[in-house]
Design a protein around this ligand. Structure first.
Ligand code: 5GP
Ligand code: ZN
Length: 114
């Protein structure tokens, strides 16, 4: 997707504070963090929303969660706990239409979320 900001970050065309990358996913710090650690894990493939996920892409989402748990351990809050969130479409609060897993840690999380 030519005009997708997260495709550009994955391609290295827009700078980001990367914390992890492999052949399938890229993870970088959120520009507007909502917790002491707020990382976004994205697939290199452009998938606009969770609704567009194809059965053959299920492994990509698994890799996103595996990366998130590895980053949580690196950041030192795996045992204390953390939150992973994928927002979908307007009512879900999605503003960037390339799927991303939010990894939030370093503080107590509230439930239910806003
Ligand atoms: P959403 O609301 O779609 O679930 O989350 C989008 C997230 O992307 C927001 O938390 C926002 O702060 C973050 N974001 C938007 N544009 C950029 C960017 O250019 N760089 C980084 N690092 N984060 C971004
Ligand atoms: Zn994209």
């Amino acid at each position: 997707m030519d005009d997708c900001i997260f495709c550009k970050i994955a391609a290295g065309e827009i700078p980001a504070d990367l914390v992890y990358e492999d052949d399938t996913v890229v993870a970088f710090r959120d520009l507007n963090p909502q917790a002491p650690t707020h990382v976004l894990v994205i697939p290199r493939a452009h998938i606009a929303t969770l609704n567009e996920l194809k059965p053959e892409q299920e492994g990509i989402v698994g890799r996103m969660f595996s990366a998130a748990k590895e980053i949580a351990a690196q950041e030192g809050f795996a045992e204390a706990g953390y939150r992973t969130v994928i927002n979908c479409n307007e009512a879900g609060g999605q503003t960037v239409f390339h799927i991303h897993l939010h990894l939030l840690g370093g503080r107590m999380m509230n439930w239910p979320p806003g």
